[in-house]
Structures are given as structure tokens and as C-alpha cells.
Design a protein around this ligand. Sequence first.
Ligand code: ATP
Ligand code: MG
Length: 550
Amino acid sequence: MDTEHRSNFLRTQIQNDLNAGIVDRVVTRFPPEPNGYLHIGHAKSITVNFGLAEQFGGVCNLRFDDTNPEKESQRFIDAIKSDVSWLGYQWDGDVRYASSYFQQFYEWAVHLIESEKAYVCDLSADEAREYRGTLTTAGRDSPYRNRPIEENLRLFESMRAGEMEEGACVLRAKIDMASPNINLRDPTLYRIRKVAHHQTGDDWVIYPTYDFAHGQEDAIEGISHSICTLEFEDHKPLYDWFIENLPVPSRPRQFEFARLNVNFTVTSKRKLKLLVDSGVVSGWDDPRMPTIAGMRRRGYTPTALRHFCEEVGTSRSDGVVDVAMLESAVRNDLNRQAPRAMAVLNPLALELTNLDDAEILQIPNHPADEIMGKREVRLSPRIWIDREDFRQEANKKFKRLVLGKRVRLRGAYVIEAERCELDDQGEVIKVYASIVPQTLGGDPDDGVKAKGVIHWVDAETGVEAEIRSYDRLFTVEDPSRADNFDDVINPHSLLVTRGIVEMGLASVQPETRFQFEREGYFVADRYDHAAGAPVYNRVIGLRDTWTSHE
Ligand code: ATP
Ligand code: MG
């Protein structure tokens, strides 16, 4: 599934900039805050930033926007690095951290104070909010706005030295309290936070705000195209103000695109954290989570995710993408690359009455791709079939096994059901069937007619496996709007059962994917699957079962 480049406004912009000589090398960055796991929306941003760099022969940085130490951690940093690599991208050089520029930001803050463009403000948070004004009314100048430079320098130094309490004061830019753009009404540049930082330890007790840091990080790294989502459009005049008023080494330009929203899904770290903290899911990488780590564990492929991100396009208009598109990208990729195998998820015993000895059959691993070869599958007189594939009586629409009727065993012979054994409740517990004589011992591809094909697993060599059948986590299109997640969680999003898988499936590496014939796509669980104790997750069914009955 080669992902073709469609044209979009960012590609056009960059091509034009290169043609016009405005930039000579494309340098982009992906700047996550390490305060949670990345989700499908971040996957979009990753493919945009790394993809543009790749397409135009440039580079892309991975930079942690770590200005808010309380909510951040090394664990999230590690998870994010692993997600980006898994998606198939390589960042330029070492991972970068906003925190490694803290000294530079501090010096630039001093520079602003010295040029009378920043001041220490003692208003409380509530007061500052009140002074800020609203969308329709201008703000008012802080009473501390005209502090002399010397006093500001002394106070800021004292903030830095830890001599002030948290919340006692902040450093603000001196711009325009009457600006129609609220972001320009003397925004906060530094706050006192007496917390240790995961990278800089106890070095700092003041931390720059995201807005003060972000544009300068780009300038330090020589980012040619600073790409972000539309909610930052209103911040651009502020970023430009910093760039104009500071002796920065380069001038990044910002371009915004619309966030990716997906129905039946939440794409907000805050909401995802709520799901984790409330125990609705087993963790950030629960296979039902729209996190990259969750989708990976679920069995989604990097190719499918990249393809999906390309398919949804990159534009400036907001919209909601149907999750069926994502699922279909996964299905298409797995149809192409997942070898076929057999697993019986709801086992019913079947005895082949006229097979004396076990046989070894050669069964193709893929119906359309010969390169995938064939595997040896043992057929002995006792096999498992799926309970759903047998009926004592049925009408013509039922194309599986019925008493007195024929069906083909996938990759093997045509059989005819002779009789069955029932338990006290009248439940079928065993089926007896015979191989149609003229096919026995011959080529399974023998031309004997049967109405249908069913899958099976050899009972002597098949291995019991834990099967985790996953489905969508939410039952409604817009779960973000629910007051309480409990009302919108799909109670059938996880069903754990035991099935029987072909012998070979017990010993594969975790994360190996298969199509279980007639059942769907499955992956050996990344963490819990072990040789001899197989655990398979259902990635996705063979067909979309949601769209039809909505
Ligand atoms: P969230 O709202 O989920 O917390 P965020 O934007 O706060 O996300 P960051 O860590 O700041 O998370 O995001 C890193 C980058 O990913 C940013 O450039 C951001 O614009 C981008 N991004 C986040 N969510 C999406 C999305 N849904 N679609 C596209 N890009 C996104
Ligand atoms: Mg953010």
C-alpha cells in the first residue's frame, strides 16, 4: 500500500518557498508535551511534519515541549519516542527538549525587561483575569506595568533565586491591554513553580509559559516551517512579536492546519487520561484506546495509520472523519500482508470416521500472494470446528455443515456429516462426519462439489489460546460530549474467550498478525502472548459491522 502524495496547501507552500529561494532546506518539528501518550491526532501531526521533511529532502526534529513539569514525566517521553519510531520515522539528531533552552529563555526575558518590554506583575491570578478584559471589552493596565527597569530586573532575579512564593508574581510582556487579540494583552512569560523538572531537576523554580517558549524553540532550531493546528492561529501575532523583539537566530514561519477529529473516538489527552484513571481501560496502551501505543497493541499497522493520515487529507477546514475509514485502512493493509491461518473460537468436536491416520496437508498462506508460500497443517481423525458452523437441520441458505450434507474443510477434503452426539440439555457435543470417499487421500483440490467451506483446527496438535475480541470503545459518535463516560462505553468492547489455534500460532513472536480465516484479523498480544500460552487480540473483523446497522 504505497501512500501517494496528494497535493495540499502545505506541500504547495513549501514547494513555492523552495522555488522562490525563501528557504533552502526544509526543517520541521513535531513538538509534543510529554504529559500523556500520543493519540491518532498526533499521528496525523507526525505524518504531516515528518512526511513533509521526507518529501522535500529536509529533516524533522522531535522536540519535547516540556515547560510544565508537574504533568510531565520520563515515562511519557519514552512512550512518545517509541511511538514515533514505530510509525517509521527518524528524527534529526538527538531528541530535543525545550528545557535545554531554559537558560536562553531566561536571558531573553531579561532582554525584554531591559528594553522595557516586560515587567514583574504582582496581581493575583484572579485579579489578572479581571484586568484582562473580555472579547468585547478592552483590558486595563496592571498597576505594576510601569515599574522601572532596575526594579523589574531585581524582582525577576529574586523570582529565579527562589525568594518568592509560588503565585506571588509573574513576569509579563508589555504589549497592549486594549488589543482585540487577548493573547497580546500583556501575556505571562514566566511563573514561579517550585517543582522539580524531569530533565533539569531542581535547577529552576521559574518556568516559561508555552507561549513564550514555543516560537523561540523553533527559532533556536532553525525551523523553516512551524506547523501547528488551527487553535494556535490567534497566538501567531504574539509569537511574531517575540521574534521581532528578541535577538533570535532565525525567523520561523507558522502555518496552521485543521485538527484531525475522528467519530466514536476521543482525541484529547485530558479525556484519555480520564479513561485511564477511572479504570475503564487497562492503561494508556489498552488495545481499545486511540493512542498510538493502544492501536499498536491492538494490531493496527504503521502502514495503515500512515495511509489513513494521508487519505484524510490536510486542510484548514475542520471536520470529523469516520472511524470506519481508519478501520478500513487497517483491514486493507492486513488483507494484503497478513498470512492466513485457522483458529476455532467456539470449538465443537468433530470426528472423521473414515480417516485412519493423520495426514500432513500443504495449505497456502495467502490466496493472492504466492510468495507467502504454504504451510504444513496436520489433519488427524479428531478436529475442532466452530459451533456456529454445524446444524442438525437447516434451510438452503445455511452453507455450512448439516446432517446428511456436505461442506469443504478449508484447504482439505469435502466431508459429510453423519450423526451427532447430544448432552443432557440437547446441546450438540460432537459431530461424526466422513470424508467423501473419492477425495480421500487425493488432491484436496479435487473438484468435488460442496456448498460451503468451513475452517477447522486439528485436535491433536491445536493449542488452546486466549482470545481477546475487541470492538469500538464507545457506542456514540461523539463520546466527548457525554457528561459521563459510563453512559457511552460499549459493554461489548472486550470479550475474552478461549479458542483453539493451529499449532504454529502458539510459537510466533508477539505482534505477529494473521487473518484467522472467516473470523477476522488477529495479532499475538505484544505483552501477554508467550510460546505455549498464546494470547490473540482481534484487530478488526473481516467486514464493517457498524456502518450497516446505524
Ligand atoms: P491534546 O489536546 O490531546 O492534549 P495537544 O495539542 O495538547 O493535544 P501536544 O502534545 O501539544 O498535544 O501536541 C503535539 C502536536 O500535535 C501539536 O503540534 C498539536 O498541534 C498536534 N496535535 C494534537 N492533536 C492533534 C489532532 N487532533 N490533529 C492534528 N494534530 C494534533
Ligand atoms: Mg498542546
